[in-house]
Design a protein around this ligand. Structure first.
Ligand SMILES: [Fe+2]
Length: 246
């Protein structure tokens, strides 16, 4: 049997044993280079858009939350140079990640198109966002515009937390499994976000944002992506806003 490139071998009593790293979930993190100016501009803009009735727009979702403003899901379609710069960065990161992880060639990548829903959150003191995942997408990402506080992450909260995907992995703990070394450890994973941090993850992965205890505004941009071939019909999971009569 071919276990791929992630098997390790050890000898037990002279007999070779194979250990396979099964059920792996890729989570990528990178830091946007020289993003200070962009984040400053985005902070001013997104807070202004949140305040202004003509640019404030939210779609209904069922995820429990508190003290979080969530925009509608068309952020990257706004014709704004700062948003377009951020969109290029986020979507090219998704593209590079997909290329790497699927082993696509440059020619194969040219046949692919990436579609997205994208939005922003403004979270204030005590705000949190409950556990959820993102159906109808293959990859999701979060970009941190502003962490909202100079406190260290363990004090400010607002941490992006991925929930253990192997839901029964911790059902029975004893000295035989409680101290397994990486990559076999289990439990939830915390990602404190700093300005310019981007985290990419499979959309099926349950995640949440822990309560935020900073004095300022924690601002993040999030996006869901789905891929199609260039000659394929685009079955976009479109979200239409209800037309309200005045
Ligand atoms: Fe999410």
């Amino acid at each position: 049997m071919n276990f791929g490139g992630n098997a390790s071998f050890s000898l037990i009593n002279g007999i070779q044993m194979t250990i396979r790293q099964a059920f792996a979930v890729p989570i990528m993190q990178l830091q946007a280079p020289n993003a200070g100016q962009l984040n400053q501009a985005l902070t001013i803009k997104l807070l202004e858009w949140e305040k202004n009735e003509s640019t404030r727009s939210s779609a209904p979702t069922a995820v429990p939350r508190r003290a979080v403003y969530e925009s509608d899901f068309s952020l990257f379609r706004r014709e704004d140079p700062d948003i377009q710069q951020l969109a290029r960065f986020c979507l090219s990161a998704i593209g590079q990640m997909a290329k790497e992880i699927n082993g696509y060639s440059d020619q194969e990548m040219q046949q692919l198109r990436i579609y997205d829903h994208s939005w922003y959150h403004v979270t204030r003191y005590g705000g949190y966002f409950g556990s959820h995942n993102h159906p109808m997408a293959s990859w999701s990402g979060v970009y941190c515009v502003a962490p909202g506080s100079s406190l260290p992450p363990e004090q400010r909260g607002g941490i992006l937390r991925f929930l253990e995907a192997r839901t029964t992995a911790g059902m029975y703990l004893d000295p035989g499994n409680a101290y397994m070394a990486s990559p076999y450890t289990f439990g939830d994973l915390d990602y404190p976000l700093e300005a310019g941090t981007i985290v990419l993850f499979p959309s099926f992965l349950q995640h949440e944002v822990t309560p935020f205890w900073g004095d300022g505004e924690r601002i993040t941009v999030a996006f869901n992506c789905w891929f199609r071939y260039a000659d394929q019909a685009v079955d976009e999971p479109e979200i239409r806003m209800r037309q309200r009569s005045s």
